[in-house]
Design a protein. Structure first.
Length: 135
C-alpha cells in the first residue's frame, strides 16, 4: 500500500488498485478504519478491547479504570501466552509469564470466556482452567 497527498487530494494504491480521495473523504476513511480497529468484546465477567494502536486489553466487564486491566501488545501476544500455558493452568502459571496481582485471575477467566480459545474453567477455588482438545 502507498499513500501520497497534495493539493487536498489523497492518492492510495492498495493491491495495485489506485484510488483518489478528497481530503474530506480521506478523513472519513481514517475515522471509519479507526472505529473498525477499536472494538470492545463484552463477555460474561471479562471484556476484551481491540485498541486502535493494535494492542489488546483484558478488563473486568464494566470496569472503567486502567488499574483493572491487563494490556498486551496485540491479541497475538495473548494467544502466545495461552499457547505457552500448560493444558491445565491457573493464576500462578499466568503470573510466571507477566501479569501480576489480580490481573492473573482476570486473564485466566478471559481465556476461558473468549471464543477464540478452546478453554474452560474447571475450578473456582483455586481458579483453574483447562484447554480443550483442539489446543
Amino acid at each position: 500500500m502507498s499513500v501520497e497527498a497534495d493539493d487536498g487530494t489523497v492518492r492510495l494504491v492498495v493491491d495495485g488498485e489506485h484510488h483518489e480521495l478528497s481530503r474530506e473523504q480521506a478523513l472519513a476513511l481514517r475515522a471509519a478504519v479507526g472505529d473498525a480497529l477499536d472494538r470492545r468484546l463484552e463477555l460474561f465477567r471479562t471484556a476484551g478491547h481491540y485498541r486502535r494502536d493494535g494492542s489488546y486489553a483484558v478488563s473486568r466487564r464494566g470496569a472503567d479504570t486502567p488499574g483493572n486491566e491487563q494490556v498486551f501488545d496485540s491479541f497475538g501476544a495473548l494467544r502466545a501466552l495461552y499457547d505457552a500455558l500448560s493444558r491445565e493452568f491457573g493464576a500462578a502459571e499466568v503470573g510466571e509469564r507477566g501479569p501480576t496481582g489480580s490481573r492473573r485471575h482476570l486473564v485466566v477467566r478471559h481465556l476461558a470466556e473468549h471464543p477464540a480459545f478452546d478453554c474452560r474453567l474447571v475450578s473456582e477455588r483455586p481458579l483453574l482452567a483447562e484447554k480443550g482438545n483442539s489446543d
